[in-house]
Design a protein around this ligand. Structure first.
Ligand SMILES: Nc1ncnc2c1ncn2[C@@H]1O[C@H](COP(=O)(O)OP(=O)(O)O)[C@@H](O)[C@H]1O
Ligand SMILES: Cc1ncc(COP(=O)(O)OP(=O)(O)O)c(N)n1
Length: 442
């Protein structure tokens, strides 16, 4: 077919996780994040949530084989990975089929879930070791590496020694994942040469890290990237997927293997909505409501992407007034607002659904009007504690927190301080809602 080359295809041979944190569900999300078309051969169905695996139903080895052949014959496979293979019969059949294909094969030797259920039958280990021998890479975590080498790993040096042992034993690329060690997250690649992949340890959800990580490597290999480059990209990906995860479920919440795509989409949406509303604000031309220091109109990315001011869109150089017109100085961009971005990020700590804010000129008349329609709160800059005053950029977060002590409000104002202009801040779920509120104050 003429356009077959346009998208690479990756296959996952793995179990299904009904909680979608690990297994084929995680793999498909990861393939999608890397712009690779995902194919599946399901080995087992698990009734699984974030705290337990209730049931496992193994599929017949023949149907596993048929799934692989069906997709390989039609779509073609550029790279494949295995996850939960469960039984010796399935592994034997998988080995038989995949050895005839030329694609790179990543074997994630999944043995035990975080919730302590065996995902590989005890008598299947020998078959799994046979599969290692025809693989491009195996990606054991610390526990799996300990089991395969019968050696204890307590630190990085132990892990390096074990990687060497496993390389001697299986004659393939060994990548020992350091997620379960303390300190930095260091993964060890050994293939006769040693290479360490280091990253900071981040906080967030980690159910499914192993599956998503090996799927990310597979996706990069499908695109034709070299192994080391693939591991590097997979590592960047997994950090984002942990950091931008949703704390859902009762125990081990899942990584967000779609976060790269989701963040891009949210950035675009946020930018466009703000741009539209800034245009509308300009056409309203509320000259008398623009403060001497200018206004800004900001819109933050939603949770969990609202990490810092680079995640808040605003107007570069603010919105100012000329003799007759309200004008934006620059373009809409992320990271161009400081004060107002801090205000909205602080507000979102309490009410994450409130993502937009506009500052306007203070007057008693405007506040009186506002009190007719809205919940209004206030903070007194003169009461700012000395230690807060000394910390760069701490005043506004402190003020917003003070004002929110009385609950969720539409408007927060302050009366200024020496050299500081008094100000009114209008908050809303989105820029449209902020403008609706502004209209009642004009
Ligand atoms: N908290 C964390 N911060 C950064 N990276 C992590 C963290 N936890 C795991 N990783 C990384 O995620 C990948 C999967 O590792 P690991 O969690 O050890 O696998 P598994 O899920 O199979 O136990 C590795 O690249 C590891 O370094
Ligand atoms: C169906 C299924 N496959 C694999 C796992 C284990 O996945 P992993 O990425 O190693 O994640 P944790 O179990 O460490 O959270 C699974 N649970 N289910």
């Amino acid at each position: 077919m003429g356009v077959n080359w346009m998208i690479k295809k990756a296959l996952t041979i793995a179990g299904s996780d009904s909680g979608s944190g690990a297994g084929i569900e995680a793999d498909l999300k990861t393939f999608c994040s890397f712009g690779v078309y995902g194919l599946v051969a399901i080995t087992a169905i698990t009734a699984q949530n974030t705290y337990e695996i209730r049931e496992i139903r193994e599929l017949d080895a023949k149907i596993v084989r048929e799934q692989i052949i069906a997709v390989a014959e039609d779509f073609g496979v550029d790279a494949a990975k295995t996850g939960m293979l469960y039984s010796g019969e399935i592994i034997k059949e998988v080995r038989k089929v995949v050895k005839d294909y030329q694609f790179p094969l990543v074997v994630d030797p999944v043995m035990l879930s975080k919730t302590n259920t065996l995902l590989l039958k005890e008598d299947a280990i020998e078959k799994l070791e046979n599969l290692f021998k025809i693989s491009t890479l195996i990606t054991p975590n610390i526990n799996e590496a300990e089991f395969l080498s019968s050696k204890k790993i307590t630190n990085l040096d132990d892990a390096i020694e074990v990687a060497k042992t496993l390389f001697e034993k299986y004659k393939t690329n060994i990548l020992i994942k350091g997620g379960h060690l303390k300190g930095e997250a260091i993964d060890i690649l050994y293939n006769g040469e040693l290479k360490l992949f280091k990253s900071q340890r981040v906080s967030g959800c980690t159910h499914g890290t192993g599956c998503s990580f090996s799927a990310a490597i597979t996706a990069c290999l499908a695109k034709g990237e070299e192994l080391e480059e693939a591991i590097k990209k997979a590592k960047d990906f997994i950090i984002k997927s942990i950091r931008n995860s949703y704390r859902i479920g009762k125990k081990y919440c899942p990584v967000n293997s779609l976060s790269i795509l989701e963040e891009k989409a949210k950035r675009w949406e946020t930018y466009r909505e703000l741009k539209e509303s800034v245009k509308e604000l300009i056409s309203l031309n509320p000259l008398h409501l623009i403060p001497e220091v200018g206004s800004n109109f900001v819109y933050s990315l939603p949770y969990p992407y609202n990490k810092d001011i680079n995640d808040v869109a605003g107007v570069e150089g603010r919105i100012v007034k000329t003799k007759r017109r309200v004008v934006p100085v620059g373009d809409i961009d992320f990271g161009v607002s400081d004060h107002l971005a801090r205000a909205i990020l602080t507000y979102m700590e309490f009410y994450p659904e409130v993502r937009s804010c506009l500052n306007i000129k203070y007057s008693e008349k405007t506040i009186e009007k506002a009190k007719k329609y809205f919940k209004v709160s206030f903070y007194d800059r003169r009461k700012e504690p000395e230690d807060v005053k000394k910390r760069e950029g701490a005043t506004i977060p402190w003020g917003v927190r003070e004002a929110l002590k009385f609950g969720k409000v539409d408007i927060i104002y302050h009366l200024g301080d020496y050299g500081k202009e008094p100000m009114i801040l209008i908050f809303g779920k989105n820029p449209k809602e902020v403008l609706e509120k502004l209209r009642l104050l004009i």
